[in-house]
Ligand binder design. Structure first.
Ligand code: FMN
Length: 186
């Protein structure tokens, strides 16, 4: 398949299972993703890789965060929150590590970290795996950040779930260039 066809065919995969990418493959995925555009070469990102039993520890922190936000959660709903990281063998927590810069605004650093997250999704697909970028309440919860050991200047851009596709999602409508792109002539 041509690269352009491959890019146009990209899709997120939400139903994932093991095996996940092995260490060598993960290293290639991170290396590709870290080639993200980065104004000023600030490298304002980090990837925290959560695997094996650490996923349960992440799930416990997610459940605690959900409970702070919605104290009315039932035990079943709480279990659902707790089991979220178990939906894939590997969860990459993509962090924007904001740098104090007079020249590069924070939003540009966020965007660069977003490119890293997208790069992981693309690189996982290139390696024959599936991936999906998710966020949710905990990604915006500063207490959750602290519980994860993040610093004051860290922001969570997303949790990228990686694994073997269990079910490929049905093909859906794709955005057409003519609906979103137009010539601008002043
Ligand atoms: C910043 C960001 C956060 C997202 N958060 C979620 C999420 O929490 N849950 C979810 O199902 N999809 C989330 N998505 C969307 C999926 O990553 C994905 O794009 C969507 O399922 C559509 O699939 P597609 O990428 O194949 O079009 C998010 C996307 C972005 C860019």
């Amino acid at each position: 398949m041509e690269a352009r066809e491959w890019l146009a065919a990209r899709r997120s995969v939400s139903k994932l299972e093991g095996p996940g990418p092995d260490d060598t493959t993960l290293e290639r995925i991170w290396t590709s993703a870290l080639r993200a555009p980065d104004h000023g070469a600030l490298r304002p990102w980090r990837i925290l890789v959560v695997r094996s039993e650490a996923r349960a520890r992440l799930g416990a922190l997610m459940a605690a965060s959900a409970l702070r936000e919605r104290p009315e959660l039932s035990p079943d709903e709480l279990d659902r929150e707790r089991s979220k990281p178990m939906r894939a063998p590997v969860v990459a927590v993509v962090v924007a590590s904001l740098v104090d810069s007079r020249k590069i605004p924070e939003i540009e650093q966020w965007l660069s970290a977003g490119c890293v997250a997208y790069g992981i999704v693309l690189a996982a697909q290139a390696e024959g795996f599936g991936a999906i970028w998710r966020t949710g309440g905990p990604s915006h919860d500063r207490r959750f950040h602290a519980d994860m050991g993040l610093s004051e200047t860290d922001r969570i851009v997303g949790f990228v779930y990686l694994g073997t596709p269990k079910v490929m999602p049905p093909e859906g409508p794709r955005p057409l260039a003519r609906d979103f792109v137009q010539d601008w002539e002043g």
